[in-house]
Design a protein around this ligand. Structure first.
Ligand SMILES: [Zn+2]
Length: 368
C-alpha cells in the first residue's frame, strides 16, 4: 500500500506560527520506520520530537509548510476562520507531496473540521480518509511529529530573535510573558510573535497600561533632569515651548515627547501636583480647555478617537509628578503606522512644528 498522512501543530499555541506536514509511506518504508523509537507522538517529549523529526526527514519523502505569526495574522484578517486556514494548508502540503510521489491508495487526515468542508479544498478523485483518530495511522503520526518539531524549532528561533523566551500553549505563563512583551516592545510588535485572534490578545491589551510604541520617549525618561518644572517653565517661555493657549488659570501645551501626533496636555497655571487641590475655577478652566483641545484636534487632524486622562503618581506612569496635567491623545485606527516609528528627534521636532502650525490658528480663535 502507498499512502500519505498529514497533521498540524501550533493551532492552540498563542505564540508562534502554524506548521502542517505530510509524510508518504509504503509497506517497505513502514518496516524501516517501525525501528524508530516512536511510541505515541503525544507521549514524545519536545526534545525527542526534534530528534525524531530529523530521522523521519532522512527516511521518508515529506512536505512541510510553516506560516509565521505575521503570515498567519495576515491570512486570518482576510478570512477569519481557522478551519479555512488549516484546510488550505493541508491541501497544499498533500497535493505537493502527491505530485512528487505519484498515485496513492489513500490520504489520511486527522479530522479537525467537518469532513465535507475539508473535502472542498481537495480536487475530486483524491482518496481522502478523514479520521477523528487520524493519529493512529503511522503516516499521520510521523507527520504530527514533523509538524510539531517544525513549530518548536521556529518558536525557538523567534524567541532568540526577540530576546524573550516565548512559551508554547495558552496558559497563564503565556499571558505573563505576553504582558512583558507588550510592555517592552509595544503592542504593535505582538503580531510578529502571536496569533492575534486569540482571546489572550484582548486580555493582554486591557491589563497592560494602554500605550503606543514611542521609542523617542526613552530620551524623556532617561534624559537629564533640569530641575524646575517643565509646565511652569513652559508658561514662562510661551514662545519657545509649544504652548497653544493660555487662559487665566490653565493652559494647553503640546507634548514634545508625544505618544502620537497631536498629543496635547492641559494643566493649571498654578504649580500643584494634586488634582484634589485644584479650585473649582481651575477645574472648570482645565475642563473647558480639554473640551476645546478635543474639538480643535477633531477639526484639524480628524482622529477616530481619543485617550484622555491623568496619570497621578509615578507608579501610575506620570512623567512629571508635581504639576498635575491632563493628557489628550488623538487616536487613529492603526495609528502605530500613522506615526512613523523613529528615534530621530529632528524628524520629530519637524513633525511637532507642523502640528503646532496646524493647531495654533484654531486656538487663537478660542475665547475662554
Ligand atoms: Zn509647575
Amino acid at each position: 500500500m502507498r499512502w500519505i498522512g498529514s497533521d498540524e501543530a501550533g493551532k492552540g499555541d498563542y505564540f508562534g506560527g502554524l506548521a502542517v506536514a505530510a509524510v508518504f509511506l509504503d509497506d517497505e518504508k513502514l518496516s524501516e520506520v517501525e525501528k524508530l523509537p516512536i511510541k505515541e507522538s503525544k507521549k514524545v517529549t519536545d526534545v525527542q520530537a526534534i530528534y525524531l523529526s530529523e530521522e523521519i526527514k532522512k527516511l521518508c519523502v515529506h512536505e512541510i509548510c510553516y506560516l509565521t505569526p505575521k503570515e498567519y495574522n495576515k491570512l486570518y484578517s482576510r478570512t477569519p476562520n481557522l478551519n479555512h486556514i488549516l484546510a488550505w494548508l493541508h491541501s497544499r502540503v498533500v497535493m505537493k507531496l502527491l505530485n512528487n510521489v505519484g498515485d496513492c491508495d489513500r490520504i489520511v487526515i486527522d479530522q479537525f473540521a467537518d469532513p465535507d468542508f475539508i473535502r472542498t479544498y481537495f480536487p475530486k478523485g483524491v482518496p481522502l480518509v478523514i479520521h477523528p483518530h487520524g493519529e493512529e495511522d503511522p503516516a499521520v503520526m510521523l507527520a504530527s511529529l514533523l509538524a510539531r518539531a517544525t513549530f518548536l524549532e521556529q518558536l525557538n528561533k523567534l524567541s532568540e530573535s526577540e530576546g524573550i523566551v516565548l512559551p508554547k500553549g495558552a496558559s497563564t505563563e503565556v499571558e505573563l510573558i505576553g504582558k512583558e512583551f507588550v510592555l517592552t516592545k509595544g503592542e504593535h510588535a505582538l503580531g510578529r510573535v502571536a496569533k492575534l485572534h486569540f482571546k489572550t490578545t484582548e486580555k493582554l491589551l486591557t491589563t497592560v497600561p494602554h500605550r503606543l510604541w514611542a521609542p523617542w520617549r526613552i530620551e524623556y525618561i532617561a534624559g537629564p533632569r533640569k530641575g524646575g518644572c517643565i509646565f511652569c517653565d513652559a508658561v514662562k517661555n510661551m514662545d519657545k515651548s509649544y504652548v497653544l493657549y493660555r487662559s487665566d488659570r490653565a493652559f494647553v501645551v503640546m507634548n514634545i515627547f508625544p505618544y502620537n501626533n497631536g498629543h496635547l496636555m492641559v494643566a493649571p497655571i498654578r504649580h500643584t501636583g494634586e488634582l484634589t487641590e485644584l479650585t473649582t475655577e481651575e477645574l472648570v478652566e482645565v475642563g473647558r480647555l480639554v473640551q476645546a483641545s478635543v474639538e480643535i484636534l477633531r477639526k484639524v487632524m480628524h482622529p477616530h478617537g481619543f485617550n484622555i486622562g491623568i496619570n497621578s503618581g509615578k507608579v501610575a506612569g506620570a512623567g512629571v509628578v508635581d504639576h498635575v496635567h491632563v493628557h489628550v491623545v488623538p487616536r487613529w485606527l492603526g495609528d502605530t503606522n500613522f506615526m512613523p516609528v523613529i528615534g530621530d528627534t529632528k524628524v520629530i521636532s519637524v513633525a511637532l512644528d507642523r502640528v503646532y502650525e496646524m493647531l495654533k490658528p484654531e486656538f487663537d480663535k478660542l475665547k475662554l
